[in-house]
Design a protein around this ligand. Sequence first.
Ligand SMILES: *Cc1c(COP(=O)(O)O)cnc(C)c1O
Length: 463
Amino acid sequence: MDPLFKTIIEPFRVKSVEQIKFTTREHREEVLRQAGYNLFLIAAEDVLIDLLTDSGTGAMSAKQWGAMMVGDESYAGSRSFFRLEAVVRKITGFKHVIPTHQGRAAERILFSTAVKAGDVVPNNTHFDTTRANIEYAGAEARDLVIPEGRQPGVIHPFKGNMDVEALRQTIAEVGREHIPMVMLTLTNNSGGGQPVSMANIRAVSEIAHAHGIPLIIDACRFAENSWFIKQREEGYADKTPLEIARETFSYADGCTMSAKKDGLANIGGFLALNDDALAAQCRNLLILTEGFPTYGGLAGYDMEAIAQGLEEVLEEDYLRYRIRVTAYLAEALLKVGVPIVQPPGGHAVYIDARAMLPHIPPCQYPAQALAVELYREGGVRSVEIGSLMFGKPQPDGTEKPAMLELVRLTIPRRVYTQSHIDYVIEVISRVNARKDSIRGFRIVEQAPFLRHFSARLAPVETD
Ligand SMILES: *Cc1c(COP(=O)(O)O)cnc(C)c1O
């Protein structure tokens, strides 16, 4: 795009449309009651603007749909697998490419193979499925993000960076033999979609490798992270997103990937590794639960969509527009005094519910209360990333609250236009104007793992 233009437009035109449904406030009240105030339990039909997740919710391009028509559905040796393998190798340089149905399947296969009970896996911040899969293997998922990454109001260009001193201390304390891998999540989803700098990736890689520990990248938003490096880190302005991505992966030994994010696909993922023996073990497990190694639980056409998506996601016009959307939303919210994680991340804007609703204690889930209110007000679905998702029930019946109480407004890729975003801004502004009257919630029903997906809640009674 010509840099002299101020307006950054959607770098596409619409070829096919999908209607969205308007609902009344009374209807939304009833929907909330029936769903136990859990937005995961409401029907998508009853949502006007769905900012629950950017996972698998993107719009595919005409080229992706076209590629799907020529997908090769052969059980073994599919041409579509070889296309995917070639694209992943071009971007990451990793030797072994193992397709999976989602990112979490890549995680489960990797951790079942390489992580044992009593181990510790350091990460900047573990995503919820990553944490759950590590804990399911009996190991500890330890978050070592820099202190700035824990303070929502503090501006730092790379708030997703790992605290390298804390990593050194963890290795000294736990012992190299109990750390099967070090991970870095790009961008740092659970910490606000914040990027990690190339300098930090390099430093973490050096420390891990000095102890013979492999570095595995959670690559879900590697393209968005590459764009932030290009914009914010000295020496990268003239590099292409592909060059930056290649350098990023060159410091690591493998990655887990959800193609539902920067794969620009609706389903899929992969595990990529350099280690021959580890890859062979992972493939054995893959065959047991996912499928033969040249499809891993995906259709041939899915692998085509992912391969094409991985090419498109690194285009500069796309990334410039993508990152501008979150910045636009963030600027508008700041203007009306809504506290957000600063600076905004790549795929989402995170409202700091602890700062916005100080009258609701963490044990009454302030971020969930706010998410419910946005739906009630205007049919906007967001997601809580706070104590409902990460709170830890203690033996005495109390709960250890999460580090942050955030409401994530996640922007699906290439789906909504600027007027949709303007409407969301209006809904949030209206809720903000009556924030003091918002009440907290209590859990009525919950599951032992990933409880936020299925828990039922009830409003806390007022006295
Ligand atoms: C989405 C995501 C995952 C898991 O991927 P799925 O495809 O949803 O299983 C892992 N890590 C991060 C950072 C993610 O955003």
